[in-house]
Design a protein around this ligand. Structure first.
Ligand code: EPS
Length: 355
């Protein structure tokens, strides 16, 4: 069975939900490890005061017994504590009583760079909030929880995934300056996966190429505008003799320009994926917009937001890469029970004599 993930949840609704299907039975999950990743996602310089309200913790509603997966759908929940301030505005059912709290007035001034304009046009909403709530990066929390589950599965076959913001002396100063100017900034993150045997993914069909799946998963994260694998864009300026990773007698490479991926497959070297995040679109000094209710020129919605979320992106992209590697590993090694999955991996690395 293929590994699949479906998620739901609005930023200020009651909570975020993910259902993971296709996990093998017998995988031990560590609640603290999942919560640690949720905490890492909330940290980082430049986050909004929202992060002082949320203290994300995973809840499991199905698929786990005494800490071990049952081979049945795993249902994860991360509650939005801030929902307490939006109980009228984000009530799933028609609210009773007078409007109270946040989100009671329709938003009609779309922010350039967010889902607001295309979202209301596409879905026929009058209130931009109906688009922005799901488009918000808040829902990455439950994807990070799913990524932590994927990392547990990958650890069983010796794969480790770690993301970090690309070291930039002065990132904090850049964030402080932007905050003082009521502006926002972006940045670059890098995800590395070690212990991946050659042959995850395939060149046989476009949709199963691992490079494509990784790029799509990372590009689909909020505010990501660029993804590269290995030396990526810089390779375009090199000659072939400089760009490719020569193969040694042990079949290993002394360079890794390809970022561990050739022809849509892992090649046994470290997988390296980088992503560029644009500056966040909610500005305290707003850009020009149009009032969708009146057609008059106006200024875009201003509401509490992050100045930067680069370090959060590193954790979210780590989860996305882990998830796609887990999907590719499940495709290749199968198994209803974890022991079958691990044994299939072992048999494969033995066949190709890969350490
Ligand atoms: C976000 C806007 C902000 C961020 C949010 C993503 O939300 P709020 O307006 O409630 O402060 O804080 O990110 C999170 C809540 C989170 O947990 O990462 C957006 O518009 O994408």
């Amino acid at each position: 069975m293929s590994l699949r993930l479906a998620s739901a949840g609005e930023s200020h609704g009651p909570g975020l939900v993910a259902i993971l299907t296709g996990l093998p039975a017998g995988l031990t999950l560590d609640r603290d490890a999942i919560d640690d990743d949720l905490r890492r996602r909330q940290e980082g310089y430049g986050r909004s005061p929202r992060q002082r309200i949320e203290q994300d913790r995973v809840e499991v509603l199905a698929g786990l017994r005494h800490g071990r997966t049952l081979g049945t759908p795993l249902a994860l929940v991360v509650r939005n504590r801030d929902h307490a301030n939006w109980t009228w505005g984000m009530a799933p059912w028609p609210p009773e009583g007078e409007p109270t709290g946040k989100g009671t007035k329709p938003v009609t001034l779309p922010r350039p760079g967010h889902a607001d304009l295309a979202g209301v046009l596409k879905y026929g909403h009058d209130d931009v909030r109906n688009a922005l709530e799901r488009a918000s990066a808040r829902h990455t929390a439950v994807h990070v929880a799913a990524g932590a589950v994927a990392k547990a599965l990958l650890a069983a076959i010796g794969i480790e995934v770690r993301g970090a913001a690309v070291d930039e002396p002065g990132l904090q100063a850049r964030i402080d300056e932007a905050r003082a100017d009521r502006d926002t900034v972006g940045g670059i993150v890098e995800i590395r996966a070690t212990g991946v045997a050659p042959g995850l993914g395939t060149y046989a069909s476009k949709e199963d190429r691992l490079d494509g799946r990784l790029a799509a998963a990372v590009m689909a994260i909020q505010a990501v505008k660029g993804v590269e694998i290995g030396d990526g864009f810089a390779l375009a300026a090199l000659r072939g003799s400089q760009a490719h990773d020569e193969i040694g007698p042990d079949r290993r490479r002394s360079t890794n320009h390809a970022g561990g991926l050739e022809a849509g497959m892992s090649n046994g070297e470290e997988i390296v994926v980088r992503a560029a995040m644009k500056p966040l679109p909610t500005l305290m000094k707003p850009l020009a917009s149009v009032d969708l209710a009146t057609g008059e020129p106006g200024q875009a919605l201003v509401e509490r937001s992050d100045v930067a979320a680069v370090e959060a992106l590193a954790v979210v992209a780590e989860a996305a890469v882990a998830w796609e590697l887990a999907v590719a590993a499940r495709d290749k090694f199968g198994g209803d029970a974890l022991v079958d999955f691990v044994a299939a991996h072992r048999a494969y690395v033995d066949r190709i004599s890969w350490r």
